[in-house]
Design a protein around this ligand. Structure first.
Ligand code: SAH
Length: 215
């Protein structure tokens, strides 16, 4: 687990780039400074680790682009101690960024192999993460309700099961839409159960899938 001055220098450049692109939350930028993103990519890809681009992590999946991780995190609007459910653990990077912010993270991944690999990998970090393997459409009802839910795959619809697991006043951040481009939505669950939706720009995610995840 090497993390040296060179990596820190690359992270600083990335953080400056994110700042220029409109990420203004200093706590989020500090979290990006802390989490060693290069360790989440297979070794040999150091030069890609701190570019603001998505990257394949195996099993046909990707680690989201840093800007996307930062943008979704900003929309979630978390506090220290917030309880957040992430759909699509993937590499575990987003989960670690949230943990750095003092969030109590619950994360669910559909693909068994990727889940096992990421679980083992994440055990090296000091973060206390609650990791689950299963179908994110169903969420993790046994630990609900959550202050926030962040979906990190393209959702074909707003999953009702997840809305049910949000606290009143809770926030769902969801890239909505099939096909190659999704609309980022920030949805707040109101006291009467209605949803207030705000739309943000277009983003590209791998699809949220429904089957068992044995691939
Ligand atoms: N948050 C990740 C990036 C996720 S890529 C990171 O920081 O690296 C999207 C992930 O969602 C993939 O790992 C994919 O396997 C997973 N996924 C797709 N459909 C899912 C579902 N129904 N439930 C849970 N995870 C799902």
């Amino acid at each position: 687990m090497e993390d040296n001055y060179r990596h820190k220098g690359l992270r600083k450049k990335l953080v400056n780039e994110l700042r220029k692109k409109g990420i203004i939350d200093e706590q989020i930028l500090a979290a990006f400074m802390s989490v060693p993103r290069h360790l989440f990519l297979d070794s040999g890809f150091l030069e890609f680790a701190y570019e603001d681009k998505p990257f394949p992590i195996g099993s046909g999946q990707t680690i989201s682009q840093p800007y996307t991780v930062a943008f979704q995190t900003q929309l979630l609007d978390v506090q220290r101690g917030s309880k957040v459910l992430e759909i699509g653990t993937g590499s575990g990077y987003q989960a670690c960024v949230l943990a750095e912010l003092g969030v109590e993270v619950y994360s669910i991944e559909r693909q068994k192999k990727l889940f096992e690999k990421t679980k083992k990998f994440l055990s090296q970090f000091p973060y206390k993460l609650h990791l689950f393997q299963g179908d994110g459409f169903l969420g993790v009802p046994e630990h609900a309700p959550y202050d926030g839910i962040i979906i990190t795959a393209a959702a074909p619809e707003i999953p009702q099961g997840l809305v049910d697991q949000l606290k009143v006043g809770g926030v769902l951040v969801i890239p909505l839409g099939e096909g190659s481009l999704q609309t980022m939505l920030r949805i707040v669950k109101e006291e009467d159960g209605s949803l207030t939706k705000q739309q943000f720009g277009g983003f590209r995610f791998v699809p949220m899938l429904r089957d068992s995840g044995n691939d």
